[in-house]
Design a protein around this ligand. Structure first.
Ligand code: SF4
Length: 92
């Protein structure tokens, strides 16, 4: 199974409160931006024009990759979603 197919086996209960919040100042000085290439859900998008990272938490698979690869520790919050929220994997 590849990661794109994984979305066929998941459902999301999206919280109003994001479980991951970026620190824009730290994020803005990062030039490597490994989150944009390693997040399997493609939650991170860098805009060269705006010099800004956009993060969409709704499709987060809660893998923890961004937390591990971020050299700038550019999070003001990184935690798993509150109970009952986030991704649910189902087996078929
Ligand atoms: Fe992407 Fe995984 Fe980070 Fe969620 S935890 S934003 S899926 S890298």
């Amino acid at each position: 199974i590849n990661v794109d197919d994984l979305f066929d086996y998941t459902s999301f209960n999206i919280d109003r409160e994001p479980h991951i919040v970026l620190d824009a100042a730290r994020c803005g000085v990062c030039t490597a931006r490994p989150c944009t290439t390693t997040c399997p859900a493609r939650c991170y998008t860098w805009s060269e024009k705006d010099r800004k990272m956009t993060f969409v938490f709704a499709g987060c698979l809660e893998c923890g990759t961004c937390y591990v690869v971020c050299e700038k520790r550019a999070f003001t919050r990184w935690r798993y979603p509150r109970g009952g929220f986030g991704v649910s994997y189902r087996m078929t």
